[in-house]
Design a binder for this molecule. Sequence first.
Ligand code: FAD
Length: 459
Amino acid sequence: MSDYDYDLFVIGAGSGGVRAARMAATYGAKVAIAEEYRVGGTCVIRGCVPKKLMVYASKFAHDFEDAAGFGWKVGESVFDWATLIYRKDAEIDRLNGLYIKNLERHNVEIIPSRAEIEAPHRIWLSGEERHVTAKYILIATGGRPNLPVDLPGAEHLITSNEVFHLEKQPDRVVIVGGGYIALEFACIFNGLGTETTVLYRGEEILRGFDDDIRSTLHEEMEKRGIRILTKDNLASLEKNEDGLTVKTIEGRTIRADQVLAAIGRSPYTRGLGLNKVGVELGQRGEIKVDDYNKTNIDHIFAVGDVTDRVNLTPVAIREGAALAETLFNNNPSITEYDNIATAVFTQPEIGTIGMTEAEATSAFDNLDIYLAKFRPMKNTLAGNDEKTLMKIIVDADSGKVVGCHILGPDSGEMSQLLGIAMKMGATKADFDRTVAVHPTAAEELVTMKEPSRTIRKNA
Ligand code: FAD
Protein backbone atom coordinates (compact mmCIF):
# COMPACT_ATOMS: atom_id res chain seq x y z
CA MET A 1 0.00 0.00 0.00
CA SER A 2 1.20 3.53 -0.81
CA ASP A 3 2.59 5.72 1.99
CA TYR A 4 0.48 8.59 0.68
CA ASP A 5 -3.24 9.30 0.30
CA TYR A 6 -2.77 10.00 -3.43
CA ASP A 7 -0.22 9.32 -6.15
CA LEU A 8 -0.93 12.74 -7.64
CA PHE A 9 -2.56 15.77 -6.04
CA VAL A 10 -3.45 18.54 -8.47
CA ILE A 11 -4.05 22.10 -7.25
CA GLY A 12 -6.34 23.92 -9.69
CA ALA A 13 -8.95 22.41 -12.00
CA GLY A 14 -8.28 24.53 -15.08
CA SER A 15 -7.05 23.54 -18.52
CA GLY A 16 -3.70 22.11 -17.43
CA GLY A 17 -4.73 20.56 -14.11
CA VAL A 18 -7.80 18.78 -15.46
CA ARG A 19 -5.89 17.24 -18.36
CA ALA A 20 -3.06 16.04 -16.16
CA ALA A 21 -5.46 14.61 -13.54
CA ARG A 22 -7.63 12.78 -16.03
CA MET A 23 -4.74 11.25 -17.96
CA ALA A 24 -2.83 10.26 -14.81
CA ALA A 25 -5.97 8.49 -13.55
CA THR A 26 -6.33 6.74 -16.90
CA TYR A 27 -2.84 5.36 -16.39
CA GLY A 28 -3.89 3.93 -13.03
CA ALA A 29 -2.77 6.65 -10.63
CA LYS A 30 -4.83 7.56 -7.58
CA VAL A 31 -5.60 11.22 -8.24
CA ALA A 32 -7.35 14.11 -6.47
CA ILE A 33 -7.86 17.63 -7.78
CA ALA A 34 -8.68 20.66 -5.63
CA GLU A 35 -10.52 23.66 -7.02
CA GLU A 36 -11.31 26.80 -5.03
CA TYR A 37 -13.75 28.31 -7.54
CA ARG A 38 -15.26 26.33 -10.41
CA VAL A 39 -14.02 23.23 -12.25
CA GLY A 40 -13.01 24.24 -15.78
CA GLY A 41 -10.75 27.10 -14.75
CA THR A 42 -10.22 30.39 -16.52
CA CYS A 43 -10.76 29.18 -20.07
CA VAL A 44 -14.15 27.60 -19.52
CA ILE A 45 -15.53 29.76 -16.71
CA ARG A 46 -14.15 33.26 -17.36
CA GLY A 47 -11.88 33.25 -20.37
CA CYS A 48 -11.84 31.80 -23.88
CA VAL A 49 -15.29 30.22 -23.93
CA PRO A 50 -17.58 32.93 -22.50
CA LYS A 51 -15.53 35.50 -24.41
CA LYS A 52 -16.04 33.74 -27.74
CA LEU A 53 -19.78 33.47 -27.06
CA MET A 54 -19.84 37.23 -26.52
CA VAL A 55 -17.80 37.76 -29.69
CA TYR A 56 -20.48 35.85 -31.62
CA ALA A 57 -23.19 38.01 -30.04
CA SER A 58 -21.40 41.22 -30.94
CA LYS A 59 -20.93 40.33 -34.61
CA PHE A 60 -24.62 40.36 -35.46
CA ALA A 61 -24.83 44.16 -35.57
CA HIS A 62 -22.24 44.22 -38.39
CA ASP A 63 -23.92 41.32 -40.15
CA PHE A 64 -27.29 43.11 -40.07
CA GLU A 65 -25.65 46.16 -41.65
CA ASP A 66 -23.90 44.08 -44.31
CA ALA A 67 -27.11 42.20 -45.13
CA ALA A 68 -28.68 45.31 -46.67
CA GLY A 69 -26.13 45.23 -49.49
CA PHE A 70 -27.35 41.75 -50.39
CA GLY A 71 -30.97 42.84 -50.64
CA TRP A 72 -32.11 42.08 -47.12
CA LYS A 73 -34.34 44.47 -45.27
CA VAL A 74 -33.61 43.77 -41.65
CA GLY A 75 -36.21 45.15 -39.24
CA GLU A 76 -35.34 47.16 -36.18
CA SER A 77 -32.91 45.10 -34.10
CA VAL A 78 -32.75 45.29 -30.34
CA PHE A 79 -30.06 43.70 -28.21
CA ASP A 80 -30.85 42.45 -24.72
CA TRP A 81 -27.79 42.10 -22.46
CA ALA A 82 -29.63 40.11 -19.77
CA THR A 83 -30.60 37.42 -22.29
CA LEU A 84 -27.03 37.06 -23.53
CA ILE A 85 -25.62 36.80 -20.00
CA TYR A 86 -28.29 34.33 -18.93
CA ARG A 87 -27.77 32.08 -21.96
CA LYS A 88 -23.98 32.34 -21.75
CA ASP A 89 -24.12 31.36 -18.06
CA ALA A 90 -26.32 28.38 -18.87
CA GLU A 91 -23.76 27.18 -21.42
CA ILE A 92 -20.90 27.67 -18.94
CA ASP A 93 -22.88 25.68 -16.32
CA ARG A 94 -23.32 22.90 -18.88
CA LEU A 95 -19.60 22.79 -19.65
CA ASN A 96 -18.71 22.94 -15.96
CA GLY A 97 -20.99 19.92 -15.42
CA LEU A 98 -19.34 18.03 -18.29
CA TYR A 99 -15.89 18.68 -16.86
CA ILE A 100 -16.98 17.38 -13.47
CA LYS A 101 -18.60 14.28 -14.98
CA ASN A 102 -15.56 13.56 -17.08
CA LEU A 103 -13.23 13.72 -14.09
CA GLU A 104 -15.54 11.55 -12.01
CA ARG A 105 -15.85 9.03 -14.84
CA HIS A 106 -12.07 8.65 -14.72
CA ASN A 107 -12.11 8.21 -10.91
CA VAL A 108 -10.47 11.53 -10.16
CA GLU A 109 -11.60 12.75 -6.74
CA ILE A 110 -12.74 16.38 -6.96
CA ILE A 111 -12.21 18.40 -3.79
CA PRO A 112 -14.07 21.73 -3.84
CA SER A 113 -11.60 23.60 -1.68
CA ARG A 114 -8.61 25.88 -1.74
CA ALA A 115 -5.41 23.86 -1.38
CA GLU A 116 -2.08 24.99 0.04
CA ILE A 117 1.18 23.13 0.36
CA GLU A 118 2.27 22.93 4.00
CA ALA A 119 5.03 20.32 3.95
CA PRO A 120 6.87 18.53 1.14
CA HIS A 121 4.16 15.90 0.64
CA ARG A 122 1.34 17.41 2.66
CA ILE A 123 -1.47 19.67 1.47
CA TRP A 124 -3.88 21.69 3.59
CA LEU A 125 -7.46 21.89 2.33
CA SER A 126 -8.77 25.08 3.91
CA GLY A 127 -12.36 24.58 2.75
CA GLU A 128 -12.53 21.22 4.48
CA GLU A 129 -10.09 21.87 7.32
CA ARG A 130 -8.11 18.71 6.77
CA HIS A 131 -4.75 17.56 5.43
CA VAL A 132 -3.96 15.07 2.71
CA THR A 133 -0.68 13.64 1.50
CA ALA A 134 0.55 12.89 -2.01
CA LYS A 135 3.57 11.35 -3.67
CA TYR A 136 3.55 13.99 -6.42
CA ILE A 137 2.03 17.47 -6.31
CA LEU A 138 1.06 19.40 -9.44
CA ILE A 139 0.52 23.15 -9.21
CA ALA A 140 -1.85 24.31 -11.94
CA THR A 141 -3.25 27.45 -10.35
CA GLY A 142 -3.14 29.66 -13.46
CA GLY A 143 -2.95 33.45 -13.41
CA ARG A 144 -4.88 36.43 -12.06
CA PRO A 145 -5.62 39.79 -13.70
CA ASN A 146 -3.31 42.62 -12.62
CA LEU A 147 -4.84 45.69 -10.97
CA PRO A 148 -3.20 49.08 -10.40
CA VAL A 149 -4.05 48.95 -6.69
CA ASP A 150 -2.34 52.26 -5.85
CA LEU A 151 -4.37 54.24 -8.37
CA PRO A 152 -6.87 56.64 -6.80
CA GLY A 153 -10.29 55.04 -7.36
CA ALA A 154 -8.86 51.61 -8.25
CA GLU A 155 -11.74 50.02 -6.32
CA HIS A 156 -14.09 51.07 -9.14
CA LEU A 157 -12.19 49.12 -11.80
CA ILE A 158 -13.43 45.78 -13.08
CA THR A 159 -11.30 43.05 -14.65
CA SER A 160 -12.04 40.22 -17.06
CA ASN A 161 -13.29 38.26 -14.03
CA GLU A 162 -16.20 40.65 -13.46
CA VAL A 163 -16.94 41.69 -17.02
CA PHE A 164 -18.78 38.44 -17.73
CA HIS A 165 -21.25 39.13 -14.94
CA LEU A 166 -22.22 42.79 -15.33
CA GLU A 167 -25.91 43.14 -14.55
CA LYS A 168 -26.33 45.93 -17.04
CA GLN A 169 -24.67 46.67 -20.37
CA PRO A 170 -22.62 49.84 -19.94
CA ASP A 171 -23.55 52.71 -22.28
CA ARG A 172 -19.92 53.87 -22.16
CA VAL A 173 -16.88 51.78 -21.38
CA VAL A 174 -13.20 52.61 -21.05
CA ILE A 175 -10.86 49.67 -21.52
CA VAL A 176 -7.37 50.13 -20.15
CA GLY A 177 -4.72 48.07 -21.91
CA GLY A 178 -3.64 47.22 -25.43
CA GLY A 179 -3.24 43.44 -25.30
CA TYR A 180 -5.46 40.84 -26.89
CA ILE A 181 -7.96 40.62 -24.02
CA ALA A 182 -8.43 44.41 -23.93
CA LEU A 183 -8.95 44.61 -27.68
CA GLU A 184 -11.29 41.63 -27.87
CA PHE A 185 -13.52 43.24 -25.23
CA ALA A 186 -13.33 46.59 -27.01
CA CYS A 187 -14.71 44.93 -30.15
CA ILE A 188 -17.36 43.03 -28.17
CA PHE A 189 -18.67 46.18 -26.49
CA ASN A 190 -18.50 48.18 -29.69
CA GLY A 191 -20.47 45.53 -31.58
CA LEU A 192 -23.11 45.45 -28.86
CA GLY A 193 -23.57 49.21 -29.11
CA THR A 194 -21.54 50.48 -26.15
CA GLU A 195 -19.50 53.65 -26.71
CA THR A 196 -15.98 52.25 -26.37
CA THR A 197 -12.63 53.87 -25.62
CA VAL A 198 -9.31 52.02 -25.41
CA LEU A 199 -6.65 53.68 -23.30
CA TYR A 200 -3.18 52.27 -23.80
CA ARG A 201 0.13 53.59 -22.49
CA GLY A 202 2.24 52.16 -25.35
CA GLU A 203 2.86 53.53 -28.85
CA GLU A 204 0.73 50.97 -30.64
CA ILE A 205 -1.79 48.33 -29.59
CA LEU A 206 -1.08 44.59 -29.51
CA ARG A 207 2.58 44.56 -28.54
CA GLY A 208 4.39 41.40 -29.58
CA PHE A 209 2.40 40.92 -32.80
CA ASP A 210 3.55 41.78 -36.31
CA ASP A 211 3.65 45.55 -36.89
CA ASP A 212 1.57 45.47 -40.10
CA ILE A 213 -1.14 43.55 -38.25
CA ARG A 214 -1.03 45.97 -35.33
CA SER A 215 -1.39 49.13 -37.39
CA THR A 216 -4.07 47.67 -39.68
CA LEU A 217 -6.10 46.39 -36.72
CA HIS A 218 -5.83 49.86 -35.17
CA GLU A 219 -7.21 51.45 -38.36
CA GLU A 220 -10.02 48.94 -38.71
CA MET A 221 -11.10 49.22 -35.08
CA GLU A 222 -11.23 52.99 -35.42
CA LYS A 223 -13.29 52.64 -38.60
CA ARG A 224 -15.81 50.73 -36.51
CA GLY A 225 -16.06 53.64 -34.13
CA ILE A 226 -13.77 52.51 -31.31
CA ARG A 227 -11.76 55.40 -29.90
CA ILE A 228 -8.15 54.32 -29.35
CA LEU A 229 -5.98 56.59 -27.23
CA THR A 230 -2.33 55.51 -27.16
CA LYS A 231 0.57 56.94 -25.13
CA ASP A 232 -1.82 57.72 -22.31
CA ASN A 233 -2.85 55.98 -19.11
CA LEU A 234 -5.20 56.14 -16.16
CA ALA A 235 -4.43 58.80 -13.57
CA SER A 236 -7.53 58.49 -11.40
CA LEU A 237 -11.07 57.29 -11.25
CA GLU A 238 -13.92 58.92 -9.42
CA LYS A 239 -17.44 57.68 -8.89
CA ASN A 240 -20.28 60.16 -9.16
CA GLU A 241 -24.01 60.21 -9.81
CA ASP A 242 -23.65 59.74 -13.52
CA GLY A 243 -21.11 56.89 -13.49
CA LEU A 244 -17.35 57.29 -13.40
CA THR A 245 -14.99 60.09 -14.28
CA VAL A 246 -11.70 58.90 -15.70
CA LYS A 247 -8.74 61.27 -15.61
CA THR A 248 -5.70 60.37 -17.70
CA ILE A 249 -2.06 61.31 -17.26
CA GLU A 250 -2.21 63.33 -20.50
CA GLY A 251 -4.98 65.46 -18.98
CA ARG A 252 -7.99 63.89 -20.66
CA THR A 253 -11.30 63.50 -18.85
CA ILE A 254 -13.52 60.65 -20.00
CA ARG A 255 -16.96 59.74 -18.69
CA ALA A 256 -17.78 56.06 -18.41
CA ASP A 257 -20.16 53.59 -16.82
CA GLN A 258 -17.52 50.88 -16.46
CA VAL A 259 -13.74 50.90 -16.64
CA LEU A 260 -12.19 47.54 -17.47
CA ALA A 261 -8.55 47.03 -16.53
CA ALA A 262 -6.98 44.53 -18.93
CA ILE A 263 -3.36 45.30 -18.17
CA GLY A 264 -1.92 41.81 -18.07
CA ARG A 265 -2.05 38.80 -15.81
CA SER A 266 0.35 37.40 -13.24
CA PRO A 267 1.03 33.85 -12.09
CA TYR A 268 -1.22 33.00 -9.15
CA THR A 269 0.96 31.66 -6.37
CA ARG A 270 -0.10 33.87 -3.46
CA GLY A 271 -0.64 31.91 -0.25
CA LEU A 272 0.18 28.59 -1.90
CA GLY A 273 2.83 27.78 0.69
CA LEU A 274 5.64 27.57 -1.86
CA ASN A 275 8.10 29.21 0.54
CA LYS A 276 7.41 26.48 3.10
CA VAL A 277 8.86 23.86 0.78
CA GLY A 278 11.31 26.08 -1.11
CA VAL A 279 9.78 26.07 -4.60
CA GLU A 280 11.74 28.56 -6.66
CA LEU A 281 10.03 31.47 -8.42
CA GLY A 282 11.26 33.54 -11.37
CA GLN A 283 11.35 37.32 -11.72
CA ARG A 284 7.74 37.62 -12.81
CA GLY A 285 6.56 35.50 -9.91
CA GLU A 286 6.24 32.45 -12.15
CA ILE A 287 7.07 28.96 -10.92
CA LYS A 288 10.33 27.91 -12.52
CA VAL A 289 10.20 24.46 -14.12
CA ASP A 290 12.39 22.36 -16.39
CA ASP A 291 11.37 20.89 -19.76
CA TYR A 292 9.50 18.15 -17.90
CA ASN A 293 7.49 20.66 -15.80
CA LYS A 294 9.47 19.80 -12.68
CA THR A 295 10.20 22.54 -10.13
CA ASN A 296 13.45 22.61 -8.18
CA ILE A 297 11.75 20.20 -5.76
CA ASP A 298 11.84 16.69 -7.18
CA HIS A 299 8.23 15.68 -6.58
CA ILE A 300 6.55 19.06 -7.17
CA PHE A 301 5.52 20.03 -10.70
CA ALA A 302 3.78 22.98 -12.33
CA VAL A 303 2.00 23.49 -15.66
CA GLY A 304 0.03 26.23 -17.40
CA ASP A 305 -0.13 29.97 -16.79
CA VAL A 306 1.43 29.71 -13.34
CA THR A 307 4.70 28.92 -15.13
CA ASP A 308 4.23 31.90 -17.49
CA ARG A 309 5.65 30.21 -20.57
CA VAL A 310 3.04 30.50 -23.35
CA ASN A 311 -0.21 31.46 -21.64
CA LEU A 312 -2.77 29.74 -23.80
CA THR A 313 -5.24 26.96 -23.07
CA PRO A 314 -3.92 24.43 -25.60
CA VAL A 315 -0.43 24.90 -24.22
CA ALA A 316 -1.55 24.28 -20.63
CA ILE A 317 -3.37 21.16 -21.84
CA ARG A 318 -0.25 19.92 -23.67
CA GLU A 319 1.89 20.49 -20.59
CA GLY A 320 -0.61 18.65 -18.38
CA ALA A 321 -0.72 15.73 -20.79
CA ALA A 322 3.10 15.63 -21.03
CA LEU A 323 3.34 15.48 -17.25
CA ALA A 324 0.92 12.55 -16.98
CA GLU A 325 2.84 10.73 -19.74
CA THR A 326 6.13 11.35 -17.95
CA LEU A 327 5.07 10.37 -14.44
CA PHE A 328 2.56 7.60 -15.04
CA ASN A 329 3.08 6.15 -18.51
CA ASN A 330 6.83 5.73 -18.51
CA ASN A 331 6.99 8.06 -21.50
CA PRO A 332 9.05 11.18 -20.71
CA SER A 333 7.39 13.94 -22.75
CA ILE A 334 8.06 17.60 -23.35
CA THR A 335 5.99 20.33 -24.98
CA GLU A 336 7.15 22.05 -28.17
CA TYR A 337 6.82 25.82 -28.06
CA ASP A 338 7.81 26.73 -31.61
CA ASN A 339 5.21 27.58 -34.25
CA ILE A 340 2.17 27.75 -32.00
CA ALA A 341 -0.71 29.16 -34.02
CA THR A 342 -2.95 31.60 -32.19
CA ALA A 343 -6.04 33.66 -32.84
CA VAL A 344 -7.15 37.01 -31.53
CA PHE A 345 -10.91 37.41 -31.67
CA THR A 346 -11.00 41.07 -32.44
CA GLN A 347 -13.15 42.34 -35.30
CA PRO A 348 -11.51 41.84 -37.73
CA GLU A 349 -10.00 38.67 -36.33
CA ILE A 350 -6.29 37.77 -36.30
CA GLY A 351 -4.69 34.42 -37.04
CA THR A 352 -0.97 34.24 -36.60
CA ILE A 353 1.90 31.79 -36.45
CA GLY A 354 5.65 32.01 -36.32
CA MET A 355 7.90 35.05 -36.26
CA THR A 356 6.91 38.66 -36.69
CA GLU A 357 8.85 40.62 -39.30
CA ALA A 358 10.85 42.27 -36.50
CA GLU A 359 11.77 38.89 -34.99
CA ALA A 360 12.65 37.42 -38.39
CA THR A 361 14.80 40.44 -39.19
CA SER A 362 16.97 39.76 -36.16
CA ALA A 363 17.07 36.00 -36.79
CA PHE A 364 17.84 35.91 -40.55
CA ASP A 365 20.04 37.82 -43.00
CA ASN A 366 17.75 37.66 -45.99
CA LEU A 367 13.98 37.81 -45.99
CA ASP A 368 11.24 37.99 -48.60
CA ILE A 369 8.06 39.60 -47.34
CA TYR A 370 4.82 38.86 -49.16
CA LEU A 371 1.99 41.19 -48.32
CA ALA A 372 -1.57 41.40 -49.63
CA LYS A 373 -4.18 43.88 -48.47
CA PHE A 374 -7.56 43.59 -50.11
CA ARG A 375 -11.28 43.96 -49.62
CA PRO A 376 -12.74 40.47 -49.14
CA MET A 377 -15.49 39.49 -51.57
CA LYS A 378 -18.32 39.67 -49.05
CA ASN A 379 -17.50 43.29 -48.31
CA THR A 380 -17.97 44.40 -51.91
CA LEU A 381 -21.76 44.02 -52.00
CA ALA A 382 -21.98 44.86 -48.33
CA GLY A 383 -20.40 48.22 -49.14
CA ASN A 384 -18.09 47.64 -46.24
CA ASP A 385 -14.61 49.09 -46.57
CA GLU A 386 -12.93 46.70 -44.10
CA LYS A 387 -9.66 45.23 -45.40
CA THR A 388 -8.09 41.81 -45.02
CA LEU A 389 -4.32 41.62 -44.61
CA MET A 390 -2.18 38.58 -45.30
CA LYS A 391 1.53 38.48 -44.73
CA ILE A 392 4.00 35.69 -45.32
CA ILE A 393 7.58 36.02 -44.10
CA VAL A 394 10.11 33.81 -45.84
CA ASP A 395 13.74 33.11 -45.04
CA ALA A 396 15.13 33.86 -48.49
CA ASP A 397 18.11 31.52 -48.07
CA SER A 398 16.21 28.34 -47.24
CA GLY A 399 12.87 29.33 -48.75
CA LYS A 400 11.19 28.36 -45.48
CA VAL A 401 8.08 30.18 -44.32
CA VAL A 402 9.00 31.52 -40.88
CA GLY A 403 5.93 33.63 -40.14
CA CYS A 404 2.41 33.99 -41.40
CA HIS A 405 0.00 36.66 -40.16
CA ILE A 406 -3.58 37.26 -41.20
CA LEU A 407 -6.10 39.91 -40.26
CA GLY A 408 -9.57 39.22 -41.56
CA PRO A 409 -12.65 37.02 -41.22
CA ASP A 410 -11.98 33.43 -40.13
CA SER A 411 -8.24 33.98 -39.88
CA GLY A 412 -8.11 32.05 -36.60
CA GLU A 413 -9.43 29.00 -38.46
CA MET A 414 -6.86 29.51 -41.23
CA SER A 415 -3.99 29.77 -38.76
CA GLN A 416 -4.75 26.34 -37.31
CA LEU A 417 -4.14 24.74 -40.72
CA LEU A 418 -1.13 26.91 -41.46
CA GLY A 419 0.20 25.53 -38.18
CA ILE A 420 0.37 22.03 -39.67
CA ALA A 421 2.19 23.23 -42.78
CA MET A 422 4.67 25.26 -40.78
CA LYS A 423 5.27 22.48 -38.26
CA MET A 424 6.18 20.32 -41.26
CA GLY A 425 8.69 22.98 -42.37
CA ALA A 426 6.78 24.26 -45.41
CA THR A 427 8.65 26.47 -47.87
CA LYS A 428 7.22 29.24 -50.00
CA ALA A 429 7.62 26.86 -52.96
CA ASP A 430 5.31 24.39 -51.16
CA PHE A 431 2.74 27.16 -50.74
CA ASP A 432 3.11 28.02 -54.46
CA ARG A 433 2.53 24.49 -55.71
CA THR A 434 -0.63 24.19 -53.66
CA VAL A 435 -3.68 24.76 -55.84
CA ALA A 436 -5.95 27.53 -54.61
CA VAL A 437 -9.44 27.00 -53.22
CA HIS A 438 -11.64 29.41 -55.13
CA PRO A 439 -13.33 31.74 -54.31
CA THR A 440 -11.96 32.14 -50.82
CA ALA A 441 -9.87 34.72 -49.02
CA ALA A 442 -7.39 32.01 -48.01
CA GLU A 443 -6.42 31.40 -51.63
CA GLU A 444 -4.39 34.58 -51.43
CA LEU A 445 -1.95 32.62 -49.25
CA VAL A 446 -0.97 30.41 -52.19
CA THR A 447 -1.16 32.98 -54.96
CA MET A 448 1.20 35.72 -53.79
CA LYS A 449 3.95 35.48 -56.39
CA GLU A 450 6.27 38.47 -56.00
CA PRO A 451 7.59 39.67 -52.64
CA SER A 452 6.30 43.11 -51.65
CA ARG A 453 9.69 43.83 -50.19
CA THR A 454 12.98 42.08 -49.59
CA ILE A 455 15.45 42.46 -46.78
CA ARG A 456 19.12 41.74 -47.63
CA LYS A 457 21.45 42.51 -44.75
CA ASN A 458 24.71 42.10 -46.63
CA ALA A 459 23.65 43.59 -49.94
P1 FAD B 1 -6.51 28.17 -15.19
O1 FAD B 1 -7.37 27.74 -16.30
O2 FAD B 1 -6.49 29.61 -14.83
O3 FAD B 1 -6.95 27.30 -13.93
C1 FAD B 1 -6.41 27.50 -12.66
C2 FAD B 1 -7.44 27.05 -11.65
O4 FAD B 1 -6.82 26.93 -10.38
C3 FAD B 1 -8.59 28.03 -11.47
O5 FAD B 1 -9.81 27.38 -11.64
C4 FAD B 1 -8.42 28.54 -10.02
O6 FAD B 1 -9.66 28.84 -9.39
C5 FAD B 1 -7.72 27.35 -9.38
N1 FAD B 1 -6.93 27.69 -8.19
C6 FAD B 1 -5.98 28.63 -8.08
N2 FAD B 1 -5.38 28.57 -6.88
C7 FAD B 1 -5.95 27.52 -6.21
C8 FAD B 1 -5.74 26.92 -4.93
N3 FAD B 1 -4.79 27.37 -4.11
N4 FAD B 1 -6.51 25.87 -4.57
C9 FAD B 1 -7.47 25.39 -5.41
N5 FAD B 1 -7.69 25.92 -6.64
C10 FAD B 1 -6.94 26.96 -7.04
N6 FAD B 1 -6.37 31.15 -24.16
C11 FAD B 1 -6.53 30.66 -25.40
O7 FAD B 1 -5.87 29.71 -25.78
N7 FAD B 1 -7.45 31.21 -26.27
C12 FAD B 1 -8.23 32.25 -25.91
O8 FAD B 1 -9.05 32.72 -26.71
C13 FAD B 1 -8.10 32.77 -24.60
N8 FAD B 1 -8.89 33.78 -24.17
C14 FAD B 1 -8.78 34.24 -22.89
C15 FAD B 1 -9.63 35.25 -22.48
C16 FAD B 1 -9.56 35.75 -21.21
C17 FAD B 1 -10.49 36.84 -20.78
C18 FAD B 1 -8.60 35.20 -20.30
C19 FAD B 1 -8.50 35.73 -18.90
C20 FAD B 1 -7.75 34.19 -20.70
C21 FAD B 1 -7.84 33.70 -22.00
N9 FAD B 1 -7.00 32.68 -22.46
C22 FAD B 1 -7.15 32.20 -23.74
C23 FAD B 1 -5.94 32.11 -21.60
C24 FAD B 1 -6.38 30.79 -20.98
O9 FAD B 1 -7.60 30.97 -20.29
C25 FAD B 1 -5.30 30.30 -20.01
O10 FAD B 1 -4.08 30.22 -20.69
C26 FAD B 1 -5.63 28.92 -19.44
O11 FAD B 1 -6.87 28.92 -18.79
C27 FAD B 1 -4.52 28.48 -18.47
O12 FAD B 1 -4.85 27.26 -17.89
P2 FAD B 1 -4.25 26.86 -16.46
O13 FAD B 1 -4.62 25.43 -16.26
O14 FAD B 1 -2.84 27.24 -16.38
O15 FAD B 1 -5.00 27.77 -15.40
